[in-house]
Design a binder for this molecule. Structure first.
Ligand SMILES: [Zn+2]
Length: 135
């Protein structure tokens, strides 16, 4: 089973835990608030921020915040499910942002989220974990 520490190591990016208001990334490092104390919560935040980084490389121009959050969370939820990590409030988060995203771009949202999710799953979830989660 993948845990926060191992996932952070596998990402190969600097990951900082500190006095941050929210989890965030600047595209090169990931910042996790120390108020997240449970491993699953930190892991979920890490995966969501990693999704922002991968997705950022796919955009030809910077989309709305709603699109960025929707796609990052959809990717993160898929990765968490595949790895057997509880998805937490993921559905609520997706519901909140999806309202501000036109349905006409939904296919692009799904394609990018699926691509980002598959990349992250390969990076942080070894094959063992993937098979373990499928049992
Ligand atoms: Zn986000």
């Amino acid at each position: 089973m993948v845990n926060f520490k191992r996932a952070a190591e596998r990402l190969g990016l600097p990951v900082y835990i500190g006095n941050y208001r929210h989890a965030r990334t600047d595209g090169r490092a990931i910042f996790i608030p120390s108020t997240l104390t449970q491993d699953d919560d930190r892991l979920r935040a890490l995966i969501h921020e990693a999704a922002h980084i991968v997705l950022g490389a796919l955009y030809t121009s910077r989309p709305s915040r709603a699109i960025r959050e929707l796609e990052a969370e959809a990717a993160a939820a898929a990765v968490c499910k595949a790895l057997g990590i509880p998805v937490g409030d993921s559905k609520l988060y997706i519901k909140a942002w999806i309202k501000a995203v036109p349905a006409s771009v939904r296919r692009a949202n799904v394609e990018r989220a699926a691509f980002a999710g598959s990349i992250i799953l390969r990076i942080i979830g070894g094959r063992d974990e993937i098979q373990e989660a499928a049992d």
